[in-house]
Design a protein around this ligand. Structure first.
Ligand code: ATP
Ligand code: MG
Length: 356
């Protein structure tokens, strides 16, 4: 089993380092790790934020563990040389079209949420966001009309096959979770959403054990803060998913806690090929100070164990170790505490060793 490790910039290397210590503590046989440059560090060393050798390394691996990219020193570079392009390039080149973002409240953190604690306590959901289509990738431009006024347009487009493949990912995920899937669209006004909805219903016939419901995105945004406990698995397009997943993350409380997985169609002999990363960025304001909370990256590693290695039990152990550390009061700066990245890594590793 080969893992490409791409720590990237800012706090990326600091949080990835701790996740690798957790991986080490699991003592799994037959693991080979490769490390590559990505982001601003890759631009400085190789003249490009996503060097060919990094891409080749990721392609040759069974999974990718990614830190974060971005550095203020690159803000004035041409768009294609900016660090952020590296992650977009990786997702596209690796065919990763399904972004999985779980959001679960942790015992002891209910009051960190923007929601009332008794409501925050209910959150245990997974957002499955389509990553390769929608308004981001449709025909777009800015033109000047005859009357001299500028107008911009972005075409929203989804084909049945694009919807079908993300729907399968979502139904399979829902089946493994609570057996309920909410498909979010805006079918009352958008034709794209009509195709989306029809296709999800069609795919749903293959999953009679999953209860499917449909919700308009405006209502979903409202329900997410009103009673998030009603959601189990949510599937939606790229644009709606972008917004709803950020919203869901703030319902949990801290950006330093939330993991993500990006999956495609490729299967390896161990599971699904995927890229795993925390949802936070490179946080240049705290980089190099040992202040970053590595829990989001450690939980991303748990997702890697689950989806790319078929090691559900180890994944659950890692997740329990993190949850129990939080319940014990281990707090990084993002949670108003003082624990350093290394101390948080140490706590998770010791906790892990006590869990069978
Ligand atoms: P990007 O554009 O790459 O998503 P961003 O500008 O949205 O980046 P982040 O890098 O995610 O922002 O950081 C947002 C804020 O959260 C910063 O103040 C940062 O210090 C803080 N932060 C982010 N991740 C962590 C972490 N793991 N631990 C502690 N604080 C964090
Ligand atoms: Mg951000």
């Amino acid at each position: 089993m080969k893992i490409a490790v791409l720590p990237g910039d800012g706090i990326g290397p600091e949080v990835v380092r701790e996740a690798l210590r957790v991986l080490d503590a699991l003592n799994l046989p037959g693991l080979v790790l490769f490390e590559g440059d990505v982001g601003a560090i890759a631009y400085q060393r190789h003249g490009h934020p996503l060097p060919q050798e990094t891409l080749d390394m990721a392609r040759a691996a069974d999974a990718v563990l990614f830190g974060a990219v971005g550095d203020p020193s690159c803000d004035n570079l041409e768009r294609h040389l900016r660090p952020e392009q590296a992650i977009l390039g990786l997702r596209a080149e690796l065919g990763l079209f399904a972004n999985l973002r779980p959001a679960t409240t942790f015992t002891g953190l209910e009051h960190m949420s923007g929601l009332r604690p008794e409501i925050a306590r209910e959150i245990d959901l997974l957002i499955v966001r389509e990553l390769n289509g929608d308004v981001y990738f449709g025909d777009k431009g800015i033109r000047t009309r005859d009357d001299g006024e500028r107008e911009g347009w972005d075409m929203m487009c989804y084909s049945e096959s694009e919807v079908r493949r993300i729907a399968h990912v979502a139904f399979r995920a829902a089946r493994k979770r609570g057996g309920r899937l909410t498909s979010v669209d805006k079918a009352n006004v958008l034709e794209t959403s009509q195709v989306w909805r029809d296709t999800v219903i069609e795919v749903g016939k293959e999953y009679p054990d999953v209860a499917l419901e449909h919700m308009y995105v405006d209502n979903a945004a409202m329900q997410l803060v009103k009673s998030p406990g009603q959601f189990d698995t949510v599937v939606t397009g790229n644009l709606f998913g972008d917004i709803l997943s950020d919203q869901a993350s703030m319902c949990v409380g801290s950006i330093g806690l939330l993991p993500s997985a990006s999956l495609g169609e490729r299967q390896t002999e161990y599971g699904a090929f995927g890229l795993y990363e925390p949802i936070h960025g490179s946080a240049p304001d705290i980089a190099g100070q040992g202040k970053a909370n590595p829990m989001a990256t450690i939980l991303s590693l748990a997702m890697l164990l689950r989806h790319s290695m078929g090691r559900e039990e180890d994944a659950v152990r890692v997740e329990r170790a993190v949850a129990e550390c939080l319940a014990d009061g281990v707090r990084g700066g993002d949670l108003g505490g003082r624990a350093t990245s290394r101390e948080i890594g140490d706590s998770v590793v010791s906790k892990l060793l006590t869990l069978s």
